[in-house]
Design a protein around this ligand. Structure first.
Ligand SMILES: [Zn+2]
Length: 179
């Protein structure tokens, strides 16, 4: 099983366990301490384990949407690789591992905040025809960044994509996303 498939399965299980709970409630339920960072314009958030307690640091200057996306990303760090200190990786310039863990947390957030059925809305988005929505429309609907929508699309099951009558233009763009 690939790492991406593993993350998809982990998120599905979590959504069953924490059905209808907000991200803040999930963090509380898991005993994760959320610490606000005031006046910091460098990072949106960070995750750290210290003395067996998990901490998430969150920038107080974020919009509600950015806050939700960032908290979900940090929850991803806490579940996928709880012992990894991303602060430390940043300070030692361990780019390879940092990118690997950041990509995993981004994928976790994309899987957590977006449904598989977003593909049903995008049939016309890359093309001039159709009344489908653009990636930006979907991002707006779900209150997430367009980048997260692209990450979600890139992790969709190909068989799901094949069910839809996508035009060649759509398919070529989706192929560039490694769908
Ligand atoms: Zn991160």
């Amino acid at each position: 099983m690939s790492s991406n498939e593993r993350i998809k399965i982990i998120v599905k299980r979590l959504k069953i366990i924490y059905k209808n709970m907000s991200i803040e409630e999930i963090l509380r339920e898991r005993g994760i301490v959320v610490c606000p960072i005031y006046g910091c314009n460098i990072s949106k958030g960070a995750y750290k384990m210290y003395d067996d307690i998990q901490y998430i640091f969150i920038n107080t200057d974020l919009s509600p949407e950015e806050r939700l996306e960032t908290l979900t990303h940090e929850l991803g760090h806490s579940i996928l690789h709880p012992d990894v200190d991303t602060y430390e990786l940043k300070s030692c310039n361990c780019t390879y591992f940092l990118n690997k863990y950041e990509n995993q947390a981004d994928l976790f957030a994309a899987e957590f905040l977006l449904h598989d059925n977003i593909i049903e809305n995008i049939c016309g988005c890359f093309c001039e025809v159709g009344d489908g929505k653009s990636i930006y429309d979907i991002a707006n609907d779900y209150k997430v960044t367009a980048e997260l929508v692209l990450i979600k699309l890139s992790n969709l099951d190909k068989s799901k994509l094949n069910k839809f009558d996508l035009t060649l233009d759509c398919i070529s763009v989706l192929n560039t996303l490694n769908c």
